[in-house]
Ligand binder design. Structure first.
Ligand SMILES: [Zn+2]
Ligand SMILES: [Zn+2]
Length: 235
């Protein structure tokens, strides 16, 4: 059996200019360059209910760091879950499936912020009409089923926060949902909330460049590749 012999510095919850609540300068290249400057080995750009900028981030990275395909979904229970996939195609298939559950409300950029879709040169190539800062009409159970059927891993986001977390919304973490990994907010302690049976990961949930983590969250991996990071998340 291969033992973990590498350490990867990760920040697996970063928003881009697609998320309306996020700074417009969270472009693919700015995110990648800040992550490299901070010495990170792997990142995930997890926009709200959409993954339209992930391909551009992967291309902008040009293999200089690992980009885990992901999305932060808001379920009908107002729970935020991070959905990670082993490849971009699986993430795109997931987006196709969940797009049936948008509630039809359109974004008002002046009110909520821009939802820019960008290419790997940081050019705006489109925008999302659908307001992404809203719950989808999909339950957490259905979302889990969809994500896992496509090989995805689901991680409850910022479980220690007083809103949009599985604990704030459901009151507890149902065992039958089969989570093994939880994300907690970097500013809070989770010791009072979480039993020892879960692996824990912290991320920045960055909405601005200055918030992206430095080498703070270190995970053991067999190799610093997408497969290596994904194996850690799924084990
Ligand atoms: Zn969130
Ligand atoms: Zn977030």
């Amino acid at each position: 059996m291969t033992k973990s012999n590498r350490q990867a510095a990760v920040d697996l919850h970063i928003h881009s200019s697609l998320s309306p609540c996020c700074d417009d300068d969270m472009t693919p290249n700015n995110i990648v360059n800040m992550a490299l400057l901070n010495g990170l080995d792997a990142i995930a750009v997890t926009d709200h209910n959409s993954c339209d900028n992930v391909e551009a981030v992967i291309k902008a990275a040009r293999g200089r760091l690992v980009v885990v395909p992901g999305m932060e979904l808001q379920t009908s229970e107002e729970v935020h879950i991070l959905c990670y996939f082993p490849d971009l195609d699986s993430l795109m298939s997931f987006q196709d499936r969940i797009s049936a559950f948008y509630d039809g409300v359109e974004n008002k950029p002046d009110l909520f912020g821009n939802q820019f879709i960008m290419n790997e040169r940081d050019e705006v190539v489109g925008f999302r009409k659908q307001l992404l800062l809203a719950s989808l009409n999909i339950s957490i159970d259905e979302a889990l089923q969809y994500a896992r059927s496509l090989g995805g891993i689901v991680v409850p986001a910022h479980v220690d926060r007083p809103s949009y977390s599985i604990i704030s919304q459901l009151g507890f973490i149902p065992e039958y949902m089969g989570f093994t990994l939880l994300e907690y907010s970097q500013k809070s302690s989770v010791e009072n909330y979480i039993s020892r049976k879960y692996k824990l990961i912290t991320s920045s949930d960055a909405h601005s460049l200055g918030s992206i983590l430095e080498r703070k969250m270190i995970i053991p991996v067999e190799e610093i590749t997408l497969e290596g990071i994904f194996n850690y998340l799924s084990s």
